[in-house]
Design a protein around this ligand. Structure first.
Ligand SMILES: Nc1ncnc2c1ncn2[C@@H]1O[C@H](COP(=O)(O)OP(=O)(O)OP(=O)(O)O)[C@@H](O)[C@H]1O
Length: 238
């Protein structure tokens, strides 16, 4: 019998008010695996992540984390159950220092502020800087670090590379690879541009027309990216 998945999503429909953005979405994530969540602009990637964390409206369906149905729980209870979330808008406390941001939320577990500083030496050099004094890339690293020190079972990263300089993108990809691949923290990474994120994830799903349009192993899509042309447009290869 297959191992129980860490996350199981079944028949999930979600949207805003009466408007349905995604309907009847289903997928599983095994413990220790990472998933790239791809799709063109406006296909519902953020809506799906927000529904998993309890920040957007589930219309029907089940969300099961480690055998426990969580779709009826408020967002804080889902966080307590082990969902770590880095939203697109990078939820850091801008009036606190880097160090305070990490120590204020840390929970016991493998990820400590010290290990976050090893992962992101740039943050270690800026421990005393306030959130307002950080570049966009440094804020993203801090948001990532804050999610890690909560020691989640599942990490959700919403477009962590968006709008960042290539050198910062490289640092973040290295960190995602280390956390997801080497440390085996189950993760879902939203990206519009798949080339880089496919290299640091195990599996990929593509959203289109209100549901999951395509799924494959990330390595298979790297070896043959033609399906990406169909679902994301030719520019997606770059
Ligand atoms: N707060 C909201 N209220 C109403 N509709 C919304 C809201 N947020 C998003 N939508 C709509 O839901 C659909 C999916 O948006 P969503 O942000 O989930 O897409 P996405 O794939 O994450 O896109 P992007 O890559 O641009 O972030 C879009 O049609 C969008 O206009």
């Amino acid at each position: 019998m297959a191992a129980e998945p860490l996350l199981e999503v079944e028949g999930l429909s979600c949207g805003y008010g009466e408007a349905v953005v995604l309907s009847e979405v289903g997928f599983r994530l095994e413990a220790g695996r990472s998933l790239a969540l791809l799709g063109r602009n406006g296909t519902g990637k953020t809506t799906l992540i927000d529904t998993l964390v309890g920040a957007a409206r589930r219309q029907q369906g089940r969300i099961v984390l480690a055998g426990r149905e969580i779709q009826g729980l408020p967002a804080y209870a889902r966080a307590a159950a082990g969902i770590g979330w880095v939203p697109q808008e990078r939820n850091i406390f801008k009036s606190l220092s880097v160090d305070e941001n990490l120590t204020a939320v840390a929970r016991p577990g493998a990820w400590t502020p010290a290990r976050v500083y090893q992962l992101f030496p740039r943050l270690a050099e800026r421990k005393k800087n306030l959130g307002t004094q950080l570049s966009g890339g440094e804020q993203q690293m801090l948001a990532f670090g804050r999610a890690l020190v909560l020691n989640p079972r599942l990490l959700l990263l919403d477009e962590p590379l968006e709008g960042l300089a290539p050198i910062i993108v490289e640092e973040l990809l290295r960190a995602i690879r280390r956390v997801a691949r080497e440390e085996g923290l189950s993760s879902i990474v939203v990206e519009q541009h798949p080339r880089m994120v496919l290299g640091v994830t195990d599996d990929a799903i593509v959203l289109d027309r209100g549901g999951i349009a395509y799924r494959a192993e990330s390595a298979a899509l790297i070896a043959d990216p033609r399906p990406l042309d169909e679902w994301l447009g030719v520019s997606a290869r770059h």
